[in-house]
Design a protein. Structure first.
Length: 345
């Protein structure tokens, strides 16, 4: 009797077919993974652009809206109907920007800086603009407790914890204002007392007494510019950022900002309407500016596209710009026109 043995295992053909199918399935999985990774990188890059762009514009806008603010005296800073001296500066060794502020210079612009300028130890990127904004930019308006003789400390309602010794302060009402430097700040009984002696000022007096309708604000100057960070992204490309310079130190606000272009809405005939937009430069009196157009170009910092992604940027919104070969960062322009409230009121 003949016995038949059942065949076991795989033939070479079956093994080759199984291997081929496995390779095809694995390739499909890798393609899906690669596509998902590319989609994630692009979405993450776009999300970073949107978030950074909105934040950068909001930081500049909040300061611009306070440029030249001096309480209800603000409109008279630039439009004096008489020869009355309305703003007094009693600060000793006063920095130039305080005197210029009193004269109505609330904005100082640099257009397409051709050489490297250092602010607070940070190099400004050549070819970009910068804007210096002056006014009560860092604190709320604080009311005084009542009538204050010119030679007495200033007493503020509530705990003005934002004030500190040696800071420049502005006190004013609807008829006059005084720039002075705080000597000491103390809080007691729910109120804040600010002394102003000759150690920081040219005189003990504020120039005149102030009543209960006067307000006190912290004066500041902020310069916004594009600077180098000294860092590189994962592709080895230099990272630039938006900085704010307070006269002493520069603070990095948003990375991935590579250009800033500024145009000023000018009111040449004094009717408080916009006559034209113009960059800062010789012959341009920024005291006549009623609004500012900010145009920021941001990138995604790291590669977020499979190919070089074209983009548009001020002043041409119709001509596409192609990045250099190998630059896979996404780019987007953020632009806003911001009214200088103290020039249009």
């Amino acid at each position: 009797m003949t016995s038949w043995r059942r065949q076991a295992g795989l033939t070479l053909v079956e093994l080759m077919i199984a291997t081929t199918l496995s390779i095809v399935l694995l390739a499909g999985v890798l393609l899906v993974f690669s596509a998902n990774k590319a989609t994630y990188q692009m979405q993450n890059g776009l999300g970073t652009l949107q978030e950074n762009g909105r934040y950068a514009i909001s930081q500049i806008a909040s300061d611009l809206q306070m440029a030249g603010f001096g309480g209800c005296l603000s409109p008279h800073f630039k439009r004096l109907e008489d020869s009355v001296v309305r703003v007094v500066n009693v600060v000793s060794s006063s920095p130039p920007y305080l005197t210029e502020f009193i004269d109505g210079t609330f904005l100082v612009g640099r257009d397409n800086q051709s050489t490297t300028v250092t602010m607070g130890g940070v190099n400004m990127v050549p070819g970009t603009d910068s804007i210096e904004i002056r006014g009560p930019l860092r604190s709320n308006v604080n009311f005084v407790t009542g009538a204050i003789p010119a030679d007495q400390p200033v007493v503020i309602l509530g705990d003005a914890s934002g004030f500190a010794a040696n800071e420049y302060l502005l006190i004013g009402d609807c008829s006059s204002a005084t720039l002075f430097r705080a000597t000491a700040v103390s809080t007691s009984g729910g109120n804040t007392t600010i002394t102003h002696t000759t150690s920081n000022n040219s005189q003990n007096e504020l120039g005149q007494p102030y009543g209960g309708d006067a307000v006190v604000m912290e004066f500041a100057t902020h310069t916004y510019f594009i600077g180098t960070t000294g860092r590189n992204n994962t592709s080895g490309q230099a990272i630039t950022a938006l900085y704010r310079f307070d006269g002493t130190n520069s603070t990095e606000l948003v990375d991935g900002v590579e250009n800033l272009q500024i145009a000023y809405a000018m009111d040449a005939d004094g009717d408080r309407d916009i006559d034209q937009f113009t960059p800062a430069g010789a012959g341009v009196n920024l005291a006549d500016a009623v609004a500012v157009r900010i145009s920021l170009l941001l990138n995604s910092v790291d590669a977020a596209s499979a190919v070089e992604a074209p983009y548009t940027y001020f002043p041409s919104s119709s001509t596409a710009i192609t990045p250099t070969t190998g630059d896979l960062r996404l780019r987007q322009e953020f632009s806003s026109v911001i009214s200088i409230r103290n020039s249009v009121l």
